[in-house]
Design a protein around this ligand. Sequence first.
Ligand code: G4P
Length: 541
Amino acid sequence: MNLTDEVRKRRTFAIISHPDAGKTTLTEKLLLYGGAIHVAGQVSARKRQRAVTSDWMELERERGISITSTVLQFPYEGHTINLLDTPGHQDFGEDTYRTLLAADAAVMLIDAAKGVEPQTKKLFAICRERKIPLFTFMNKMDRPSRDPLELLDELERVLGIGAFAMNWPLGSGDTFKGVYDRETRELHLFERSAHGAKRAAVQTVADARDPKLRELVDDVTYQQFIDGLDLLEGAGEAFDRDAMLRGEITPVFFGSAVTNFGVQLFLDRFIAMSPPPAARALRETQDDGGSVEPDDARFSGFVFKIQANMDPRHRDRIAFVRICSGRFERDMTVRNARTGKDVRLSRAMKLFADERESLDDAVAGDVLGFANPGSFAIGDTLYEGAPIEFPPIPSFAPEHFAAVRSIDTGSYKSFGKGIAQLREEGAVQIFYPWGSTRSEPIVAVVGELQFEVAKYRLQAEYGVKTIFSTLPYALARRVEADAQRAARAQLPSNAKLVEDWEGRPVALFESEWSLRLAQEWNADLVFAPFVADISQETVSP
Ligand code: G4P
């Protein structure tokens, strides 16, 4: 098959949701349809097993999901689906941001009894920034849920995205009978059974007022259904695919993941409506036309995630590369734009659950995992042919800081290794007191839970027990000056001058007020907001 056709068959997306909305369950059902797993319960059983065998239930849950499903590839109806996992906890925004850079679309999963939850909002904000198409799945319709109109309204009001219902639920909870497809006028009936719904029966009805449909439910439920639908149809809005592609409106599907109802309906539509890989913009400094087409024969891609010790039995690091153009072939040689060095891509793999398969052929839209990547860093561009570079991946401004030391002086080397690894993965940022011997790092994170993850991983993966002493700072600013001038900066007594991994000066402040004071006292210095350029940072071997 030629490259253009193959690329067109790719759908690369991520599911975003608040914890417990049903992401694991939905993922599992999607995999079932793709034939990637054969028994429902495989993914969630593993998740549960991890949860009970660990004292760190939340952490293990997080790690559990990441380990089993960083990227899942499965075939469906002539397409190749790449499903990227996003961590569920609120403190992992940065990780999610990087993953969404690798996705061409996102599915927002919402618990229909709860509506938009805090984590939904945060993750949505990231999608909005990316301007990628967003599909919404209103889950758990088999349980009493909120009024569907109210749910749509909430998407518009709280998230500011237009919502277009593709199908409309007939009842909810005990009265839930199925969904009515607004386009095909088919009624997909929900069948209750001891083991959850089996395949849904489909009936074609003349319209929503067809007596066949009317007979299915009680008066109140029917009236609610018809009133809601009338309102939607009355608005006379047609679905605007271009607005969807720009991320301005979201098509909404109702269903129930655990009973496997509405999932296939959703998947079929998702594949028909979501975009295949598109052209990728290049870094602004590039003067060669601004973007790369996915079916350009020359291979290009970027590293969006590095993860160490994914599997304790392998003890290795995996760099995840999203292919942006061309075709990957085993053992091909590409150039790393940051280092200018050639790299032979010899051990690419597709990861699924605990099994690792080696991958010999992949095209734009696919994600490759490279074991022991050595010289890769997050944001690196890999390319064949004329030099190109994708935009750097920014790191979020840290908001929490802690001085960290190893309890046991004997494990100092492992401590250093662990700290370097966590930094390289982008799990934390590292600073040192200005001009110090670099023995006591300051770990900086966006969300406090990352401290616990770092502490836990230092012990579990590097055997180092540590003490994290929280520091009172809340803001980091780059001091744009040479080292000598920075060292002379007059800072409020509650601020601190530190250096980043590369030795560049950074000032930490407790408050905006303290920052303003520093700015007044040092009118010739710029305290620049912290948008670090990860791709510029070097990686320890
Ligand atoms: P998450 O990955 O988003 O955190 O959610 P997960 O899939 O683990 O689902 C959270 C809970 O919600 C699970 O129940 C799951 O069974 C349930 N759930 C998911 N989809 C639906 C649905 O469509 N309808 C209903 N009624 N429940 C749903 P649990 O009690 O925590 O675990 P389990 O013992 O049922 O697996």
